[in-house]
Design a protein around this ligand. Structure first.
Ligand code: MRU
Length: 351
């Protein structure tokens, strides 16, 4: 399995995604600040992966604490949580994971006679459980979603919603993997995904790692390929699904969804329950991260644009629910109308 991130006795080990596909190197974060840094700099990226990374960051920061009283440890926990929560604003998994770790801390702290060491051990166990649950959720999404994939043909994906964006197996790419394991003859078309090139660098690397036939295309080629009949389905991940089914994902996803509709191609979103944000009414309320201009102005250290030109670099866009054929989660497949489907799933997920 692709070792996206891993808890070790020395700290949290990350496969450095900024160096893929040409170099397979690792970064060891030994403090929670270093975990925050690897999330901000996108050494680790992808909504479920940054959620679990943040959980491990909380566990690591609390483990490293020299506090000798519960109030002192609690204030350290809150500082660690605040730093990790300030790394990236769009993926709700990050906040979900931090809240779950805070909840576990306070549940442990409320146990009569518990020691600080036992709280620390409990937080490490919680973060590791989240890692295992994430892989299980991906496998379950794969099992549910495989039947939606064509028996044969082209499947377009945007960005990387794979093992590299999770703890293993992946969401959109997990569904593709599961379909291939069940005998579907799929060819993956990976949008290069300007400006950070998650498709060209990461999806292509990950699919080739598993021997799944893959072609990279520039983002502006998707319409033409659809028109030529090369694409039978589109599947992407999401960083946050609002209560009405609007889904934020990597910039460019919205355009792909419109193209899919125009060409009569199904457009699927695969994401775990931790990506669903019922507290956010619709996509307009999803915070969109603005990334540094240099990601657009430069490539490989070389400047591409004139000095002083204006630059836009929103990292995500929102695909309105009406473009989404189905949402694949670990609990099953949701179909429109999503407001009702998501509410029903909330009840089911609680059991
Ligand atoms: O900026 P990134 O690389 O973290 O963005 C990742 C994506 O947009 C993925 O498609 C998303 O996290 C989906 S994974 C369920």
């Amino acid at each position: 399995m692709i070792p996206t991130l891993e808890w070790t006795a020395e700290g949290v080990r990350f496969l450095d995604q900024t160096r893929l596909p040409l170099e397979e190197t690792y970064v060891l974060a030994t403090t929670s600040d270093q975990v925050a840094d690897v999330i901000t700099t996108m050494v680790v990226r992808g909504a479920p992966a940054i959620g679990v990374a943040a959980a491990m960051g909380v566990a690591l920061g609390v483990k490293n604490s020299s506090a000798t009283t519960l109030p002192a440890l609690t204030s350290e926990l809150e500082a660690i949580a605040k730093t990790l929560a300030s790394t990236r604003p769009t993926a709700v998994n990050l906040f979900w994971a931090i809240e779950r770790m805070r909840g576990r801390f306070f549940a442990l702290a409320a146990q009569p006679g518990i020691t600080l060491d036992a709280i620390k051990a409990g937080l490490i166990a919680e973060a590791r459980a989240m890692y295992d649950e994430d892989i299980a959720a991906c496998r379950s999404m794969g099992a549910h979603g495989a039947a939606l994939m064509p028996a044969s043909g082209g499947v377009l994906t945007h960005c990387n919603a794979g093992a590299l964006a999770s703890c293993g197996y992946g969401m959109a790419l997990g569904v593709i993997r599961a379909a291939v394991e069940r005998g579907h003859q799929l060819h993956v078309y990976a949008d290069e995904t300007r400006p950070f090139l998650q498709g060209a660098r990461l999806t292509a690397w990950e699919m080739m790692h598993d021997g799944i036939p893959t072609t990279v295309l520039c983002d502006n080629m998707a319409a033409s390929l659809m028109r030529q009949g090369k694409i039978q389905a589109v599947i992407v991940g999401s960083d946050r699904v609002a209560a009405n089914g609007d889904a934020a994902n990597k910039i460019g996803t919205y355009g792909v969804a419109i193209l899919a509709k125009e060409h009569g191609i199904p457009f699927y979103v695969a994401c775990p329950w931790s990506t669903i944000d019922l507290a956010t009414a619709n996509g307009d309320a999803i915070p969109i991260e603005q990334r540094p201009a240099i990601e657009v102005t430069h490539h490989g250290g070389k400047q591409l644009t004139p000095h002083g030109v204006g630059i836009e670099n929103p990292a995500f866009d929102v695909t309105p629910a009406r473009y989404i054929t189905a949402i694949i989660t670990e609990h099953g497949i949701l179909r429109p109308p999503y407001t009702e489907a998501l509410r029903g799933l909330e009840v089911e997920a609680a059991h």
